[in-house]
Design a protein around this ligand. Structure first.
Ligand SMILES: Cc1cc2nc3c(=O)[nH]c(=O)nc-3n(C[C@H](O)[C@H](O)[C@H](O)COP(=O)(O)OP(=O)(O)OC[C@H]3O[C@@H](n4cnc5c(N)ncnc54)[C@H](O)[C@@H]3O)c2cc1C
Length: 262
C-alpha cells in the first residue's frame, strides 16, 4: 500500500511569544516541531505499511529548514521524504498551499491513501487536507480517530462533537488524523543515523510541478491577511456603594437586571 503523508513544520507554540508592538509571532530562537496531528497521521500510515507492506512517502511544503521535520519523519520510519520549496510558493494561503501540495502528490503519483493532520497549530484553519482532496477529486474523511481495513476498503470512525460517525471509504481517500487515533512512535537511533548519514530529502521546486503559477504564492492567494493583533483583555471592577448590606445587595441586583444577567 502506497501512502502519502503531509507534514507541516510549525513553531513550538509552548515557546512562542508575541511582539506586543507589531502583534506578530517572535520566531527567532523558537524551536520548530512536526505539527502534532501530523505525527498521528504519520503513525497511522506507518502502521498500515507495517501490516500490508508498501511505502510511506512524506511531503512537507516550506522553507529549507523544514528538512529537519522530514529527517525526523524518516527517523520514525518513512521510506521517502520530499521537501516542496521555492521562493514562488512564499505567501501562499491555504488555497495556494493545497494547490502546490496537490501538484506534488500528482507528481509523485501512485497513492492508495493520503494522510494529513486535522489542523496545524500555527495556521489553525484545518482547510489544507480537505482542499487537497477536492483538488485531487478523491473522497475525504476528516477527524479520524480509528481506522480499520475491510478488504480494499477502510472503515473509519470520525469523531465529531457529541457523536461518532462510522464511514466506509474506498481507495484512494484522504484522511485527516486527530490525536485520539494513536500514540506516535519515537524515532529510532538507527533511523536518526540514517536520516543524517546521506541527503535523504528530495526537493521539488516550481519547475518540477504541474502548477498554474497564477494560483500560487501571495499573488495567487484568494485570501489576504490585512492585520494581525493580540486581543487586549480588559477588566473593569466597581465597588458597590450603600449604607448597609441590604442596600448594597439591592444595588447589585438592579445593576445585574439592567444588563439582563438575571
Ligand atoms: C494571505 C496569506 C499569506 C500567508 N503567507 C504566509 C507566508 O508567507 N509564510 C507562511 O509560512 N505562512 C503563510 N500563510 C499561512 C499559510 O497559508 C498556512 O500556514 C498554510 O496555508 C497552511 O494552513 P494552516 O496552517 O491553517 O494548515 P491546516 O489547514 O490547519 O493544516 C491541516 C493539515 O494540512 C497539512 N499541511 C498544512 N500545511 C502544510 C505544509 N506547508 N506542508 C505539508 N503539509 C501541510 C498538514 O497535514 C496539516 O496538519 C499565509 C496565509 C495567508 C492567508
Amino acid at each position: 500500500m502506497n501512502i502519502i503523508v503531509c507534514v507541516k513544520q510549525v513553531p513550538d507554540t509552548n515557546e512562542v511569544k508575541i511582539n506586543q508592538e507589531t502583534g506578530t509571532l517572535i520566531r527567532d530562537g523558537v524551536p520548530s516541531i512536526i505539527n502534532p496531528d501530523d505525527k498521528n497521521a504519520l503513525e497511522a500510515a506507518l502502521q498500515l505499511r507495517d501490516e500490508n507492506g508498501g511505502k510511506v512517502t512524506v511531503i512537507s511544503m516550506g522553507p529549507p529548514q523544514a528538512k529537519e521535520a522530514l529527517r525526523e519523519a524518516y527517523a520514525m520510519g518513512a521510506d521517502e521524504v520530499y521537501l516542496v520549496s521555492d521562493r514562488a510558493f512564499g505567501g501562499s494561503d491555504t488555497w495556494a498551499t493545497a494547490t502546490i501540495i496537490s501538484a506534488a502528490i500528482e507528481k509523485i503519483g501512485g497513492y492508495d491513501l493520503i494522510f494529513c493532520g486535522r489542523q496545524a497549530i500555527d495556521g489553525d484553519t484545518a482547510q489544507v487536507g480537505p482542499e487537497i482532496a477536492e483538488f485531487l477529486n478523491i473522497p475525504q474523511v476528516t477527524y479520524a480517530k480509528k481506522i480499520e481495513q475491510k478488504g480494499d476498503k477502510f472503515i473509519i470512525t470520525r469523531a465529531t462533537e457529541g457523536m461518532d460517525y462510522i464511514i466506509e471509504t474506498p481507495k484512494p481517500t484522504l484522511i485527516t488524523a486527530i490525536q485520539e487515533l494513536n500514540n506516535p512512535r519515537y524515532p529510532t537511533v538507527k533511523g536518526i543515523f540514517s536520516a543524517y548519514e546521506n541527503e535523504i530529502v528530495k526537493v521539488l521546486t516550481l519547475p518540477d510541478l504541474p502548477v498554474d503559477t497564477t494560483q500560487i504564492g501571495l499573488k495567487g492567494s484568494p485570501t489576504n491577511v490585512f492585520n494581525s493583533f493580540v486581543p487586549t483583555k480588559e477588566k473593569h471592577s466597581e465597588i458597590i456603594q450603600g449604607k448597609d448590606t441590604k442596600e448594597k445587595v439591592e444595588s447589585l441586583l438592579n445593576k445585574l437586571k439592567a444588563v439582563n444577567m438575571i
